[in-house]
Design a protein around this ligand. Structure first.
Ligand SMILES: NC(=O)c1ccc[n+]([C@@H]2O[C@H](COP(=O)([O-])OP(=O)(O)OC[C@H]3O[C@@H](n4cnc5c(N)ncnc54)[C@H](O)[C@@H]3O)[C@@H](O)[C@H]2O)c1
Length: 328
C-alpha cells in the first residue's frame, strides 16, 4: 500500500511513520511536510534510508505538487497543521491558512485522484471546555464549541472533511484525540517545556491556578488507534481517542515531573493565565473500544518517566530548538 502522510516531520506524524514502517515494512510512505519551525527531519533518522520511505518538502496547499504526488496513493493520513494554541492567540492567520485552506486544497486533490481513504487527525479541543465539577466527557456526539483560533481552525477542518464525504462521496475517517506526550514533541508544549526547563535548572511556568485538566495519551497509543481506525474503522465515522480513565490536573503533573527529576516545588512559577483557557478536557473512548478493540496500553506514570528519560538522553535534539521556542 502506498500512503501519503502529511506533516510527518512533526511530533505525532514522525512517531507515526516510525511506528508504521516498523509494523508494516512492505508499505510505502511518502512524507509531505513543509518543515515549519515544528518540522524536524531528525525525528525520522531511523527510517531515512528505508527504500519504502521518501520525503518531499512542500505545502499541503500546493495543488500542483499534490497532483504529482497522489497518483498511486491509496491512503492519506493528514497530520499537517499549525498545532500550538498559544501561537494561535498571537497570530491566528497561519492557522486558517494551513488548517482550513490547506486541508481544503488537500481534500480537493484527494477527490480528483480518487483516494480510497482519507484519514483526518483532529483534536478533542474542537468540543470546547468541560467544568471541573462535572463528570461529563467528550464523545462523538458532543456538539462542537471551539474556543481558541487553533481549535476553531481544527473544527473547520473537521467540518470540511465531513462535508466532502457527504457532498462528494469522499471516503474518510476522523479521529479526535486528547493531548499527546512522548518523544520528539517540540519543547514549546507543556510537558517538554517543563522537562527541558528543569534539565536546564530553570523554573517551570504553570498557567493560572494550574487546575486545568487534560486527558493524556502516549503518542504510540495514538498511532495504534489510527492504525485500528484505518484498518477496521467505518468510512464516514469519527472516533474519539483518549488515554486516561481519571482526571489529572496540570499542577499534579508538574509535581510528578518535579519528583521524577529530583526537584522541589520552588521550581514552580505560576504565570498569567492564557486567555480563553479551557478548564477541563476528558475523552470517552468507548466507541473506539467497542467497535475497534482500542485500549490505551501505555500507563501514564511509567511513560511519563520514559518521556523524561528520553529528553534527558536526547539533549542535542532539544537544545537546537530551545532558541526558536523563546523567540516566537
Ligand atoms: N500534539 C497533540 O497533543 C495533538 C492532540 C490532538 C490532535 N493533534 C493534531 O495532530 C496533528 C499533528 O500534531 P503535532 O503535535 O504532531 O504537530 P506539530 O506541530 O508537531 O507538527 C506539525 C507538522 O506539520 C507540518 N506542516 C505545517 N504546515 C504545513 C503545510 N502547510 N504543509 C505541509 N506540512 C505542514 C510542520 O512542518 C510539522 O512537521 C495536528 O493536526 C494536530 O492538530 C495534536
Amino acid at each position: 500500500m502506498k500512503i501519503l502522510v502529511t506533516g510527518g516531520a512533526g511530533f505525532i506524524g514522525s512517531n507515526f511513520i516510525n511506528y508504521w514502517l516498523n509494523k508494516y515494512p512492505h508499505d510505502q510512505i511518502i512524507n509531505l511536510d513543509k518543515l515549519t519551525y515544528a518540522g524536524n527531519l531528525e525525528n525520522l533518522n531511523a527510517v531515512k534510508d528505508n527504500p519504502n520511505y521518501s520525503f518531499i518538502q512542500g505545502d499541503i496547499a500546493d495543488i500542483k505538487l499534490l497532483d504529482s504526488i497522489l497518483p498511486g496513493v491509496s491512503l492519506v493520513i493528514h497530520f499537517a497543521a499549525e498545532s500550538h494554541v498559544d501561537r494561535s492567540i498571537i497570530g491566528p492567520a497561519i492557522f486558517i491558512q494551513t488548517n482550513v485552506l490547506g486541508t481544503q486544497v488537500l481534500l480537493d486533490a484527494c477527490l480528483k485522484h480518487k483516494i480510497g481513504h482519507f484519514h483526518h487527525v483532529s483534536t478533542d479541543e474542537v468540543f470546547g471546555a468541560l467544568s471541573l465539577d462535572s463528570e461529563v466527557k467528550f464523545s462523538e456526539i458532543t456538539p462542537y464549541n471551539p474556543r481558541s483560533p487553533y481549535s476553531a481552525s481544527k473544527a473547520a477542518s473537521d467540518h470540511l472533511v465531513r462535508s466532502y464525504g457527504i457532498t462528494f462521496g469522499l471516503k474518510y475517517t476522523i479521529t479526535n484525540c486528547s493531548n499527546n506526550f512522548g518523544p520528539y514533541q517540540y519543547p514549546e508544549k507543556f510537558l517538554p517545556l517543563m522537562i527541558t526547563n528543569l534539565l536546564q535548572d530553570k523554573k517551570v511556568p504553570v498557567y493560572g491556578d494550574g487546575l486545568y485538566v487534560r486527558d493524556w495519551l502516549y503518542v504510540e497509543d495514538h498511532c495504534q488507534a489510527i492504525d485500528l481506525v484505518v484498518h477496521s474503522g467505518k468510512i464516514g465515522e469519527t472516533y474519539c481517542i483518549g488515554g486516561m480513565t481519571e482526571d489529572i490536573n496540570n499542577l499534579q503533573i508538574t509535581k510528578k515531573v518535579l519528583a521524577i527529576m529530583g526537584k522541589d516545588e520552588s521550581y514552580i512559577q505560576f504565570v498569567e493565565d492564557r486567555p480563553g483557557h479551557d478548564r477541563r478536557y476528558a475523552v470517552d473512548w468507548t466507541k473506539a473500544k467497542n467497535e475497534l478493540g482500542y485500549k490505551p496500553v501505555y500507563d501514564f506514570d511509567n511513560y511519563l518517566v520514559k518521556t523524561v528519560n528520553w529528553y534527558r538522553e536526547n539533549e542535542k535534539w532539544w537544545r537546537k530548538l530551545i532558541g526558536q521556542t523563546n523567540n516566537f
